[in-house]
Design a protein around this ligand. Structure first.
Ligand code: ZN
Length: 370
């Protein structure tokens, strides 16, 4: 498919998706839960982040003449394009419980091409392999070949082995994803957790550019978090450092999928809450919502005390669904438990925009180049 033929299709698809994601509460920072999955939804030239108020220049569209000059801010569109691709774009891959996504992202964090499929129950690698091949095949000639691959995966990662174990994907247990992608693409592959990728994206193109220490906490199907302290990622022995999912927030509390009791994951993941209630998140009672806020508040207060943090970014489907009721409980709990002077300014914030997961994956690849 040529770039010019893509133009006739993509702008409408792209605008439709932006309308969905412009609403903060209805959108999901991971892979757009609630956004219908189609087997092939390629998009091109999308903004790295969709904010509540989209500036007119938030989206650029490749045209037969390459770039629409009316929607590139303050500089020559061709210069913008060439500068952003001077080091080659990044092939980004996202592995999530519900979706697999792949795309090509430029050096400014703009998604040039993207595609995604629902995560199958079987033959996950075959689906991902086909997806990556499709994205690479859709690359117009004027976009250089990617030189690195960035991957974000839900669940446990082992950076030494290059393997992933997504919580909800029984087909993959210690799956050697890095090796498979390196064999497929022939270029270096960098791997990270979903929250790690989000944290890296926040300091690349997001709201943490000037914040040296912060925690990124995502309450989605699973609980994912990552921490950056004085500009350095907390990685740990395997690459999962900064994870609060299995922090004990209620001794002798609910059973967790890990085998322990009282973990944050048992109280704050969408999967655990829905299983306990036997109904969807949106039908949760006020007491469940308050309890979720309290448990997350306990975990946040503990992490803030350990890492001496002032900023916590919180996002995900649970936050979107439970909203201010949960956040109020959370902040009250954090305040009650953070009595030390250095924690007086601790802030729990929802990012004002939603960074696309593919941008997070691309942010991971930048780490192996620097
Ligand atoms: Zn646990």
């Amino acid at each position: 498919m040529s770039a010019s033929s893509m133009v006739s299709v993509f702008p409408c698809r792209t605008c439709a998706m932006l309308e969905v994601r412009a609403s903060k509460r209805s959108a999901n920072p991971r892979l757009g839960v609630g956004d219908p999955v189609s087997p092939l939804r390629p998009g091109i030239w999308e903004s790295r982040r969709c904010r509540g108020e989209l500036p007119s220049s938030a989206i650029s569209v490749v045209t037969a003449q390459r770039v629409d000059p009316q929607i590139v801010r303050g500089q020559s569109p061709l210069r913008s394009l060439s500068m952003s691709l001077v080091d080659g774009p990044i092939l980004a891959v996202v592995v999530d419980s519900d979706r697999l996504a792949a795309g090509i992202v430029d050096r400014d964090g703009e998604v040039l091409i993207r595609d995604r499929v629902g995560t199958p129950n079987r033959d996950v690698w075959r689906s991902l392999e086909r997806l990556v091949r499709r994205v690479m095949a859709a690359r117009p000639g004027e976009i250089p070949t990617p030189k690195t691959v960035g991957v974000s995966s839900t669940g446990f990662v082992d950076l030494r082995a290059g393997s992933v174990t997504p919580d909800t994907m029984t087909a993959w247990s210690s799956f050697p994803l890095r090796q498979h992608l390196e064999s497929l693409t022939g270029i270096p592959v960098a791997l990270d957790t979903a929250a790690g990728a989000s944290a890296e994206a926040e300091r690349w193109v997001g709201e943490a550019i000037d914040i040296p220490s912060y925690l990124t906490l995502m309450l989605d199907h699973t609980v994912e978090s990552a921490c950056i302290v004085n500009g350095a990622r907390v990685r740990g022995a395997h690459g999962n450092g900064g994870s609060l999912a299995h922090l004990a927030v209620e001794p002798e509390g609910l059973s967790c999928g890990c085998g322990a009791t009282g973990c944050l994951s048992a109280y704050a993941s969408a999967s655990a809450i829905e299983a306990e209630m036997n109904r969807p998140l949106r039908r949760a009672t006020t007491s469940i919502i308050d309890r979720t806020g309290i448990m997350v508040g306990r975990a946040v207060a503990s992490a803030a005390a350990v890492f001496d943090l002032r900023t916590v970014f919180i996002s995900g489907r649970v936050v979107d669904t439970f909203g201010d009721t949960m956040l109020d409980s959370l902040r009250r709990e954090v305040s009650a438990r953070s009595r030390l002077e250095n924690l007086a300014d601790l802030r729990v914030l929802e990012p004002t925009g939603l960074i696309q997961p593919l941008v997070g994956a691309a942010a991971v690849a930048r780490l192996i180049e620097n």
